[in-house]
Design a protein around this ligand. Structure first.
Ligand code: HH2
Length: 281
């Protein structure tokens, strides 16, 4: 018997029921994503990795077909579709909500038609047609802040008041979603750690998580990022302990979704922490 499809509002329901942050497991079908442990060339390998993350306890799988690492080149929509769609289709019966990490309305439309229940857009639905692609569905959306474009964003990021500017940007994008007919309960926000940010900008935004959480549920993506490298002196492959530590810190400060490469380690750390806090299993 075919498994029940995940309903289109599955992320909203999971967010409403959560007592602890949801874990979003990262799966990239790209040749150039910054962490090779989550980067796959073949759809079959990517789907197998996603199933492993689901077994480890991922609440959501985030599939990406374009690296947005600093310096990355943009990918054409047809190539992104070629990378992502077979994996999405292979995972549709896997029982967890599927998110697609894309900036392109054509990819959003195809992904949502094929059963994705979340669009994770590092450019916060700013591409022409992106708001409309999401508006006619029940899916959730993550609106992320990025200064500039991945190719050049780390060349000279500048802010007068990073927390104020990121907050104002996210408020404006929430407003654009509401005006387009995307209801508030479908919206998640993300300050975009490492996306056109200096180390001190990332630190200031981390400190502002409790105030950002007043806008909407906050997704935090710190896993294996350069900020962890700057703090530990380690390369991306060796940033597991630093990333788990950052995930716990973000959970403590109200993160609703933790976007991580390492689901099992993060889940174990959360389980120990919350039981030490006396919160039961
Ligand atoms: N980070 C990356 C990609 N997408 N989306 C959100 N909402 N927040 C993030 O922090 C975020 C994101 C970068 O991580 P990864 O997907 O592992 O790398 P790459 O972009 O090189 O594929």
């Amino acid at each position: 018997m075919a498994p029940d499809p995940v309903p289109a509002n599955a992320v909203i329901a999971a967010l409403a029921q959560r007592r602890w942050p949801l874990l979003m497991g990262i799966v990239n079908v790209t040749p150039d994503s910054f962490h090779d442990g989550s980067r796959f060339a073949s759809p079959g390998d990517a789907a197998e990795h996603a199933r492993r993350l689901i077994d480890e306890g991922a609440d959501i799988i985030d599939l990406g077909g374009e690296s947005t690492r600093p310096g990355a080149q943009p990918v054409a929509a047809d190539e992104e579709l070629r990378r992502v769609m077979p994996v999405l289709e292979a995972l549709c019966g896997a029982g967890v909500p599927l998110s697609v990490d894309t900036r392109q309305p054509a990819v959003m439309r195809a992904a949502l038609a094929a059963g994705a229940t979340m669009i994770n857009d590092v450019s916060a639905l700013r591409a022409p047609g992106a708001l409309e692609a999401v508006a006619g569905t029940d899916a959730s959306v993550c609106l992320m802040h990025m200064q500039g474009e991945p190719r050049t964003m780390q060349e000279a990021p500048r802010y007068a008041d990073v927390v104020g500017e990121v907050t104002a940007f996210l408020e404006a994008r929430i407003g654009a979603c509401l005006a387009a007919g995307i209801s508030r309960q479908r919206i998640v926000v993300d300050p975009g750690f490492g996306f056109g940010k200096r180390f001190e900008d990332n630190l200031a935004l981390a400190g502002a998580l409790p105030s950002l959480a007043k806008l909407a549920p906050v997704l935090v993506g710190l896993s294996r990022k350069s900020m962890i490298g700057a703090m530990t002196g380690r390369a991306a492959a060796d940033r597991l302990a630093g990333s788990v530590s950052a995930a716990l810190w973000a959970a403590r400060r109200g993160a609703a979704i933790l976007r991580v490469h390492d689901v099992a380690a993060t889940r174990d750390a959360l389980a120990v922490w919350r039981q030490l806090e006396g919160e039961g299993r």
